[in-house]
Design a protein around this ligand. Structure first.
Ligand SMILES: Cc1ncc(COP(=O)(O)O)c(C=O)c1O
Length: 426
């Protein structure tokens, strides 16, 4: 559920004759620090205005091959099937569940936030029986609870969200993966909020399917899901006794489109989005996975230090805090919508509000991809400090930026070295 912030933007003017005149589209320059989409690196933006080829052009087919290769590297997997699907992260979620669940199957779904709940909903729509293993929002799911559910019958799969964007919780996957394997169930991992930001290791976890999305830590535009499928899961999908309920998201058909000797037409690929994804993945590989993970962690720590100085309490349980999404309680007496409107209008920064019952009570801040930078963290803390001061919560003393700065200087990062995108100022 979204609360509408109290601002509107006029994109058209009403002429004296009463007709609307549509002005040229001129989107504002924003610093995107919600948990997706994130700001785009210049070369990714450039890929979006590259010359368009047809989706069967040999050049584009080569781009698909390279995108698969890069995705394999970023996903640290030996799986052949690494590809993008048209549609957002939700397409990856739906594809994973629709391809693995057959009517009558039991599917164990770990639910500790909005996206786990969505998986349970989809599993039911696929004709399965969703067995929810729950934990309160803000806490991880207990592997012992998963074990108990697994012992309670035959299960086709266990599905788990690696980074719950609704709560800022990082779910440890290793033990859940081990339990699923030991009980003959396949593992589905939602890495929408984590791929490219923290280690995502589907082979180590024994994941049948691990999916993500273009617009979060990879910093490509929204519009694509990424998916990797193990060879065993691919064989299972091909040998199903019932056809996959969704023609469009049938992973067997997508696999033939991406990897068969004779590529079978499946859909008209969103060519420019795939260019952009390839460029975004190339940048991840170029930066180096370890360096990229360290960068995310550093800016997470700096942001958390600043929020601490602002006396803002974190939502997620200590020890399970997701580096890529910081969920923080809106301090009591502070108006959520007014602060977010101030951040957007006065500082040009977008952060997100809480979801479900936490709408209006929690802020969710993305520390993701190209947006994860020292200038952005400083700007956000400055903005929050100003606006919280105005709300009468804490005085504007510069303490928040100073706390972040202490983290940066302890890590050897000074202001001049700190690179990254921020608002363009003349
Ligand atoms: C963990 C998680 N899973 C799935 C999704 C759905 O992705 P999308 O909004 O791209 O469809 C999101 C979106 O925020 C997410 O955070």
């Amino acid at each position: 559920m979204h609360t509408n912030p109290p601002w509107t933007l006029e994109l058209s003017t009403v002429m004296p004759d009463g007709n609307a005149h549509f002005t040229e589209l001129a989107p504002p320059q924003r610093v995107l620090m919600a948990p997706g989409p994130t700001s785009l690196p210049p070369s990714v933006l450039q890929a979006l205005i590259a010359p368009l080829t047809g989706h069967k052009d040999p050049f584009f087919l080569r781009v698909m091959d390279e995108t698969a290769e890069l995705l394999r590297e970023v996903s640290q997997t030996g799986n052949r099937t690494c590809m993008s699907l048209p549609g957002t992260g939700g397409a990856g979620m739906e594809a994973a569940l629709a391809n693995l669940i057959q009517p009558g199957d039991r599917a164990i779904i770990c639910v500790n936030g909005l996206f786990g709940k969505r998986m349970a909903d989809i599993a039911g729509r696929c004709g399965g029986t969703a067995v929810e293993v729950t934990a309160p929002w803000g806490k991880p799911v207990d592997p012992d609870d998963v074990r108990r559910a697994l012992e309670n019958g035959r299960n086709r799969l266990v599905a788990v969200v690696h980074g719950e964007t609704s709560t800022g919780v990082e779910q440890p996957i290793d033990e859940i993966g081990r339990l699923a394997r030991a009980h003959g169930a396949m593992l589905v991992v939602d890495a929408v909020a984590t791929l490219g930001g923290i280690p995502v290791v589907p082979d180590q976890w024994g994941a049948a399917v691990c999916y993500s999305a273009s617009q979060k830590c990879l910093s490509a535009p929204p519009g694509l899901a990424t998916v990797t499928v193990s060879d065993e899961a691919m064989a299972y999908i091909r040998g199903r006794h019932t056809a996959v309920d969704s023609w469009y998201l049938d992973l067997g058909l997508h696999d033939r489109y991406w990897f068969a000797q004779e590529r079978a037409y499946h859909h008209t690929a969103p060519v420019l989005l795939v260019y952009a994804l390839r460029e975004a993945l190339r940048l991840v590989v170029d930066e180096g996975l370890d360096a990229r993970f360290a960068r995310h962690l550093l800016h997470h720590r700096a942001l958390v230090a600043g929020l601490g100085a602002l006396e803002c309490d974190l939502f997620a349980e200590t020890g399970y805090r997701l580096p890529t999404v910081v969920a923080v309680w809106v301090p009591s007496g502070v108006n959520d919508a007014r602060v977010r409107a101030g951040l957007l209008n006065e500082f040009g920064i977008e952060i997100a509000g809480g979801l479900g019952e936490y709408a209006g009570r929690v802020w969710r801040i993305g520390v993701m991809g190209h947006s994860a930078s020292a200038p952005n963290v400083r700007l956000l803390l400055q903005g929050l400090e100003t606006l919280l001061g105005r709300e009468g919560h804490t005085p504007s003393s510069g303490a928040a930026v100073a706390a972040a700065e202490a983290v940066y200087s302890a890590a050897g990062l000074n202001s001049l070295e700190a690179t990254g995108p921020t608002l363009l100022v003349d």
